[in-house]
Design a protein around this ligand. Structure first.
Ligand SMILES: Cc1cc2nc3c(=O)[nH]c(=O)nc-3n(C[C@H](O)[C@H](O)[C@H](O)COP(=O)(O)OP(=O)(O)OC[C@H]3O[C@@H](n4cnc5c(N)ncnc54)[C@H](O)[C@@H]3O)c2cc1C
Length: 389
């Protein structure tokens, strides 16, 4: 039985929402998380790759939701040159439907209440301050009050807009992604494969992420501007017919990734935004699971502290806390992305050729950047900042 009001309501039970709910509940305040879908963690719209450190900041690694252990990146240039970078314990390809579910369980264990099939369709706003949500549950319209609402409602977020926060994103910054999960795929299950260039994914990259032996998430993201001319799906179909014409397709998805800097404002009286809703995705990689969890943890902690301090204005410190932890870094990543994604096919080829001349044991991500820089010196300052800041 739900209460009539809560200290904190979280809208959306993705990774960012579950971690926000958990970190708020850990402060001993009352938390309710509302999810529109029937199941937490499903449907999945994700390539499911994440670094080990990104996971372990929040939950111990568990084979229950790991499908592949990754220790190699294979970067493929347009002329077919493969540059391999080896890492120890780089990360995983997840089974997100289990991973997201487990994250929600950690929120519940911390004391958060969770309700699925609860579709939030508006906010309660009084005196310019958000103080609750309107939602629909099994055909019934309901309202529930909260001192703080955390919008974790993903890329298509409306919570921020309802609260009057500017959430507009330029078409060019929205990566249009499409992906299939296919079987009978002949790929090393410890390697993430990336393909660059005009034939694969102009203004983005193409990926093959193994999900255990013989199964892989195969997809791509292209800038919204490119997608207008040739759809991401056409690029995917071309790749599949050329490389895996008979591979059975287990799932097929499409979705957007906001590959840009964080929104200018991610908190306002009574409201905070986390994860894709706040545009907390890493603009260079397009990965948003780990950064969304980091955003969620900061917002959840600050929300809990604001309640305990009895000072709701304290939530406005969230913008700076996020900016100091990752937002600033994402601004640099965005500049690097704009440089790299404008590379011509010839430039990608040249980088791969130069990189492969480096002795095998010295081929690191840092050396790859250095090689890219020789070809694009103007990126030097931005890359230097990533390692210094
Ligand atoms: C094709 C594709 C591939 C990707 N690959 C990767 C990858 O390999 N690695 C990576 O790190 N990231 C990847 N991403 C990005 C990643 O999936 C997202 O950044 C991440 O899921 C964001 O987490 P979130 O919690 O902010 O939002 P979500 O995971 O989208 O969760 C939002 C939740 O809110 C719920 N919700 C929405 N509206 C409402 C409402 N009105 N009421 C109640 N509930 C609501 C939704 O049902 C959902 O459960 C990929 C994205 C796409 C599209």
């Amino acid at each position: 039985m739900l209460k009539t009001d809560y200290d904190v309501i979280v809208v959306g039970a993705g990774p960012a929402g579950s971690i926000a709910a958990r970190f708020a509940a850990e402060q001993g305040v009352s938390v309710l998380m509302l999810e529109k879908d029937r199941d937490v963690g499903y449907p999945v719209r994700c390539g499911e790759a994440i670094s080990k450190s990104g996971v372990e900041e929040f939950i111990p690694s568990n084979e229950k939701w790991i499908t592949s252990h990754i220790d190699k990146f294979s970067l493929n240039s347009p002329d077919g040159t493969e540059a391999i970078i080896e890492f120890q314990d780089a990360g995983y390809v997840l089974e997100r439907r289990i991973f997201d579910y487990e994250l929600a369980k950690t929120a519940a264990a911390a004391g958060a209440e969770i309700l699925t099939r609860a579709y939030v369709n508006g906010l309660i706003i009084e005196n310019d301050k958000v103080c609750g949500v309107k939602y629909e549950y099994r055909g019934e319209k309901k309202e529930i009050k909260a001192k703080i609402v955390i919008g974790a409602d993903g890329v298509e977020s409306r919570v921020g807009r309802w609260a009057g926060i500017k959430t507009h994103i330029h078409f060019k910054d929205m990566e249009c992604c499409t992906q299939v999960t296919a079987s009978n795929i002949n790929a090393d299950s410890n390697t993430l494969y990336f393909y660059f260039g005009q034939n694969y994914a102009p203004g983005g990259y193409f990926w093959v992420f193994p999900k255990g032996k013989g199964i892989a998430n195969i997809g791509l993201g292209v800038s919204g501007m490119v997608g207008k001319k040739k759809s991401a799906l056409s690029y995917l179909n071309d790749f599949m017919s050329e490389n895996y014409p008979t591979a059975p397709i287990l799932t097929s998805i499409a979705g957007g990734v906001p590959s840009t800097v964080t929104l200018e404002k991610i908190s306002a009286p009574g409201i905070m935004l986390v994860g894709d809703a706040a545009r907390q995705v890493n603009p260079l990689s397009g990965g948003g699971i780990a950064s969304g969890m980091i955003g969620g943890s900061i917002a959840g902690r600050i929300a809990g502290e604001a309640i305990k301090k009895n000072n709701l204005n304290y939530i406005l410190t969230y913008d700076k806390a996020w900016h100091d932890r990752l937002g600033k870094r994402h601004e640099i990543f965005e500049r690097i992305k704009n440089g790299i994604y404008n590379f011509t096919d010839e430039k990608f080829n040249k980088i791969a050729h130069s990189f492969n001349k480096i002795p095998k044991d010295k081929r690191t991500l840092g050396r790859l950047f250095t090689t890219a820089l020789i070809n694009q010196p103007s990126l030097l300052v931005d890359v230097a900042k990533v390692f210094i800041i």
